[in-house]
Design a protein around this ligand. Structure first.
Ligand SMILES: [Cu+2]
Ligand SMILES: [Zn+2]
Length: 173
């Protein structure tokens, strides 16, 4: 096979790869599969690295209706049923808890997830304080935890959001 032919073939492969990347613009850079304390799947979290931060898209199902605190926690370990293994909130900059706390927030703090009467909830939020996989604020290898109650977005260390009811490890996709 001639060198030129090899170049042509590898060029095609390269283009094919490029087109599949551009066709998958909406492919997240990382995801977390959420499971409840009984091990059942209750949704997913997708992370998209964008110009103005990391867009976080939560889709949850099978949860109790109402507002639920949801955060990125430090440890990539979701041991049911209480998920204490996930550690505290992701907080590489040493701030206090809460999006509405003047001394905050933790980089891993998020707005509440609102779940409807059908047990479904979704949340879209762009977090400017994290990255997916590079730098000191990278959340790849952290986890996402959903709590039983609402986060007051002010009270250290977790906004009084109560027990942990679901957890998922953040994995690069
Ligand atoms: Cu939490
Ligand atoms: Zn926090």
């Amino acid at each position: 096979m001639s060198y030129g032919r090899i170049l042509a073939i590898s060029g095609c492969l390269f283009l094919a790869a490029c087109s599949s990347w551009s066709a998958s613009e909406s492919k997240p850079q990382a995801t977390a599969d959420l499971r409840n304390g009984s091990g059942q799947s209750v949704g997913t979290v997708a992370f998209f690295e964008e110009k103005d931060g990391v867009r976080i898209a939560v889709k949850a199902t099978g949860l109790p209706p109402g507002k639920h605190g949801i955060h990125i926690h430090t440890v990539a370990k979701c041991d049911p049923p209480d998920f204490t293994s996930a550690g505290g909130h992701f907080n590489p900059t040493g701030k206090s808890h809460g999006l509405q706390n003047p001394a905050g927030p933790h980089a891993g703090d998020l707005p509440n997830l609102v779940v409807g009467a059908d047990g479904k909830g979704s949340l879209e939020y762009t977090n400017k304080l994290i990255s997916v996989s590079s730098g000191p604020n990278a959340i790849s290898g952290a986890s996402v935890v959903i709590h039983a109650g609402p986060d007051d977005e002010r009270t250290d260390p977790a906004g009084n959001s109560g027990a942990r009811i679901a957890c998922g490890v953040v994995r690069k996709s």
